[in-house]
Design a protein around this ligand. Structure first.
Ligand code: UD1
Length: 383
């Protein structure tokens, strides 16, 4: 039970929050905002590693999500995973040295997440992992390695769903450093639903609600090799004969489409490539889609929160709760299965009416994250 008198005596927490790549921004923004609402309890500074740097992949999200300008920008940019991770670590160490925060918060599962966690572990600074405990069981995915390493060194594991708690317990993590706080990305989603109504992205693209599908695809396993990307693109073109598909294309995928000479085929079809969108425009776009096809982690969750059918073009998911809730189907990279599943959706009733939302995906995860930090046990991992 919380003691109000004790609460007043809690020392103020000096926090650093790390962002690096696109899926980090919508997780960090609500935490940052909540901490700034509580200046007596928290001070927070934002560190941007620069893993993503294009305006469309980074700046647009700061503006849309009200994230304050980073206090530190490490400017690391793209490189091989090893070099990128090493560069982030080298650039982050002096920031931690100068700031000596009480807590560093890392979010998600990108290279920046793992690199900064390792720095903290080496320096004896406490690190909290937001979105801890997710596991796909597929170590060929760079994100799975990032999740495992980050969770192994973090002092506080803030989980988005009960399956994540179960994974961590199975791995032997002590229960007192695990806190089920819910999904902070859904805080951003709910916060921005109203604002998204004034976006004109659908009008600009001439789309009627429910009359189109949305695609995102950037996983190396889907896009880096011609023999994987080409059959997927061909299947999507076939699906697009029945329902136009809007495809905001990630720079990695765009480069591969060009390299493999797939542009002509795509341009002649109803698979419509557009530039990556900012947070609010993209929310407006997918929230009106008949269905979504994706290999992203976040979009599997966002479609679940809104009750939109989602086809995940991966062999596995670290977010099984989205499948359990009934909106997400993991179809793998088999083009026939993808087509069959898309046609099934088109032939079914327009939307699932009995939308089910996982527990604690309620827009209040950032509040619980702040409370978890205030009541965290002393570091167990050398902090
Ligand atoms: C990274 C994350 C992935 C996340 C994705 C979201 C890791 C291991 N992967 O993958 O989990 O789902 O971000 O987008 O951290 N590029 C640009 N502009 C940018 C950023 C990247 O053109 O602003 C190009 C570069 O050519 C770069 C390539 O995209 O080499 C890949 O970028 P990178 O950050 O290495 O990985 P992502 O595929 O974006």
């Amino acid at each position: 039970m919380e003691n109000p008198a004790g609460k007043d005596q809690r020392p103020k927490i000096k926090a650093l929050i790390v962002v690096g790549a696109r899926p980090n921004f919508m997780k960090a923004a609500p935490i940052c905002a909540e901490m700034r609402r509580r200046p007596g309890e928290f001070s927070v500074k934002v560190v941007h590693t620069g893993q993503h740097y294009d305006a469309a992949m980074s700046d647009a999200f700061f503006a849309d999500l009200g994230l304050p300008e980073p206090d530190f920008h490490l400017g690391v940019g793209s490189a091989s995973h090893t070099v990128q991770t090493a560069k982030i670590m080298m650039a982050f160490e002096p920031v931690v040295e100068a700031e000596r925060p009480d807590w560093v918060l890392v979010v998600g599962d990108v290279n920046s997440t793992m690199a900064c966690s390792l720095v903290c572990a080496k320096m004896g600074v406490k690190v909290a992992h937001v979105e801890a405990g997710l596991r796909s069981g597929d170590r060929s995915m760079p994100e799975e390695i990032n999740r495992i390493v980050t969770d192994a060194v973090a002092d506080l594991l803030l989980t988005p769903s009960p399956d994540a708690d179960a994974n961590l317990k199975r791995e032997g993590v002590p229960a007192e450093i695990i806190r089920f706080v819910g999904n902070v990305m859904i805080d951003s989603l709910f916060e921005n639903l109203k604002r998204a109504e004034i976006s004109v992205v659908r009008e600009e693209l001439g789309l009627a609600e429910g009359g189109y599908a949305v695609l995102t695809m950037h996983r190396p396993s889907n896009v880096d090799e011609r023999e994987n990307l080409k059959p997927l693109v061909e299947a999507l073109i076939e699906i697009a004969e029945r329902v136009p598909i809007i495809f905001p294309v990630h720079p990695r995928t765009k480069a591969k489409i060009e390299e493999f000479g797939l542009n002509e085929e795509i341009n002649a079809s109803s698979l419509k490539l557009i530039e990556p969108l900012g947070y609010v425009d993209f929310l407006r776009l997918y929230s009106g889609a008949r269905f979504v096809v994706t290999d992203s982690g976040g979009l599997q969750e966002e479609t679940t929160a809104l009750g939109i059918p989602c086809l995940t073009i991966r062999e596995n998911t670290e977010r099984p709760i989205t499948v359990e809730m009934g909106t997400n189907r993991v179809v793998g990279a088999d083009p026939e299965k993808l087509k069959r599943s898309a046609f099934e959706i088109l032939e079914s009733d327009r939307r699932p009416t009995d939308k089910r939302i996982p527990p604690l995906w309620d827009g209040k995860a950032a509040v619980r994250i702040c409370e978890a930090l205030l009541s965290a046990p002393p570091a167990v991992a050398g902090g």
